[in-house]
Ligand binder design. Structure first.
Ligand code: FE
Ligand code: FE
Length: 208
């Protein structure tokens, strides 16, 4: 394992800012409310899925919304990034994300249904968090670190989603969907690994 060395590049002003923030009193933690009955089941909506095919189609609409939202959010992240490697990684993933949208449209077509986007609350939350991270960091290495953290949360969400979708497609024998999900899943994993590499080799120590 590589050992970290303290370099002369460590910037004093950034450290001062960081320690100033530390003096802010900690927020009160809200206790987790106990539900009246742990065995009570959540009521299902009228159009709730009854089988795997229904659930699969719902999940497809969900990720379709998420990928489309990402085509709009990623360019903002790219603009805010400073490090050339990070900017390049995001630019490449914007192009891939546009293809992810197209692949999902192919999936809808192969299932014989119209492409429909259903708001994905989880992705909306991750994108909101990404926006706050950018507002809470000064441009430069520290904002780059924040952008990587936010982007990796997005990639992990996508990895989990495409992993599940691929498993359902396999059971349902939806071959076009399965191939498309696996191709996209590979690209999401590659993007995640590249972000880890950039953070480890170029940014985390610089932002210290
Ligand atoms: Fe994607
Ligand atoms: Fe992605």
């Amino acid at each position: 394992m590589a050992t970290k060395t303290v370099t002369a590049k460590k910037t004093a002003p950034a450290k001062k800012d960081a320690s100033a923030k530390k003096s802010t009193p900690a927020k009160k933690t809200t206790p987790i409310k106990k539900t009246s009955s742990s065995s009570s089941k959540a009521p299902a909506k009228q159009d709730a899925a009854t089988d795997l095919k229904d659930f699969f189609e719902d999940a497809l609409k969900d990720i379709y919304w998420a990928e489309k939202a990402l085509t709009k959010a990623l360019p903002k992240m790219e603009k805010n990034a400073t490090h050339p490697e990070l900017k390049k990684a995001i630019a490449t993933h914007i192009e891939e994300t546009q293809i992810h949208v197209t692949r999902l449209e192919e999936c809808f077509k192969s299932l014989g249904i119209k492409p429909e986007a259903k708001k994905c609350d989880a992705m909306q939350g991750l994108l909101d968090e990404g926006k706050s991270i950018m507002e809470e960091t000064k441009p430069g290495a520290i904002r780059d670190v924040g952008i990587i953290a936010a982007s990796q949360k997005v990639e992990h969400y996508e990895i989990a989603t495409y992993g599940s979708l691929a498993a359902y497609a396999k059971v349902l024998k939806e071959k076009t969907c399965l191939n498309n999900f696996l191709t996209t899943l590979k690209e999401e994993k590659n993007c995640d690994a590249l972000l880890t590499k950039i953070a480890d080799t170029a940014l985390n120590t610089k932002a210290k």
